[in-house]
Design a binder for this molecule. Structure first.
Ligand code: FAD
Length: 321
């Protein structure tokens, strides 16, 4: 079922969960067992993130450098197929522009359609560790709005329509597309208004809904949602949450995701800084409080960035849904 249909058919907020594909070496069974605790809550869908291939450079005996592909994670499509085989849940692979050509993305879409997957989240992705700024792959997309437009165009093309064997009335969209939004603005944007104008380009190109970056102060989400509406963005905006689970995240999350951690949360974590279990508890309680408040404000769904942790998320789900 498409997320757009789930959203329009829901009468109360539901949880969705995002997982990261495992590193090479983890077995399919280990992955599926790691997400088993979530299944008790009958999530409507599970998002699976996508990660670009990286390269490492090795110096050779003759003084030259050789480039080697480092593919560390199992692909999102493979993980989605494994989840579908075991569990009765929709899966949503993320598709990124980073490190991929337009043709490779079309091939990915064909593979997803083959598996019967008709939900995706379209994102730009980040620069490589070795790059200062994001640079598009030659033959690829520079922005997520171009990716959304490219996906819609590909599906409308005559060759795609000929390839499709299933019944789809002309003009109907096979993929339901989600995109990312940033309540505290994307770190490359000069200001929130410009960032929201760029977000609108993604919606105008055909995105069906927005999932936000994580935030720790709900007011940031409420202000963002209001600004989006004022800018003419009408699609659902699903808030994204992540419970803090370690002391290091107090600095790591702002650095990585360019967001603020409220003073009260910072103080509460600093007070128990030497007690790992207490930090975990403080983070989960804060996140549950955010979640309850968002639901009380009528959000359609709450998206959880699980980042491989299930215990804190399941505690929050128990309290809130
Ligand atoms: P874009 O929408 O392209 O925006 C990137 C920047 O460019 C912004 O500053 C925007 O304002 C600006 N911009 C956009 N369009 C234009 C334009 N036409 N002209 C000028 N400027 C423009 N990363 C991964 O690698 N894999 C994942 O699976 C993944 N999942 C994510 C899920 C969610 C819900 C979110 C919120 C983020 C996720 N990310 C993921 C991170 C994301 O890839 C990064 O935040 C990335 O830096 C931006 O991606 P985007 O799709 O928002 O980019």
């Amino acid at each position: 079922m498409k997320v757009s249909d789930i959203l329009s058919g829901s009468t109360k907020a539901y949880p969705s969960l995002e997982i990261v594909p495992p590193m090479r070496g983890m077995t399919k069974n280990e992955l599926l067992e790691s997400i088993a605790p979530f299944m008790e809550f009958s999530p409507k869908y599970i998002n699976v993130t996508s990660h670009r291939d990286e390269y490492e450079f090795k110096s050779e005996a003759d003084g030259s450098f050789s480039r080697h592909l480092v593919r560390n994670r199992i692909s999102e499509t493979t993980v989605c197929a494994a989840i579908m085989e075991r569990y009765d849940v929709e899966v949503i692979p993320h598709i990124i522009c980073a490190g991929t050509t337009k043709e490779e993305i079309e091939s990915k879409l064909d593979n997803l359609e083959f598996l019967g997957i008709n939900n995706i989240v379209a994102l730009r992705g980040d620069s490589m560790a070795s790059e200062k700024r994001f640079s598009p792959t030659p033959g690829g997309y520079a922005y997520a709005s171009e990716l959304v437009e490219g996906i819609r165009k590909y599906q409308g093309s005559a060759s795609y329509q000929r390839k499709r064997k299933s019944e789809m009335t002309s003009g109907e969209r096979y993929f339901c597309i989600g995109v990312g939004g940033y309540p505290e603005k994307h770190f490359e944007s000069p200001n929130i208004e410009t960032d929201i104008a760029n977000l609108k380009k993604k919606v105008d190109a055909g995105a069906d809904y927005i999932i936000t970056q994580m935030f720790f102060d709900n007011q940031a989400y409420y202000d963002f949602a209001e600004k989006c509406r004022q800018a003419g963005i009408e699609v659902p905006i699903i808030p994204g949450l992540k419970p803090i689970s370690s002391f290091r995240q107090l600095t790591m999350l702002p650095e990585t995701f360019s967001l603020d951690i409220p003073v009260d949360l910072t103080k509460a974590i600093e007070e128990v800084k030497d007690d790992k279990a207490a930090i975990y508890q403080v983070g989960a309680e804060w996140c549950a409080m955010q979640c309850k408040d968002l639901i009380a404000h009528g959000v359609p769904a709450v998206h959880f960035y699980t980042m491989g942790k299930s215990q804190n998320i399941t505690e929050i789900l128990k309290q809130c849904f």
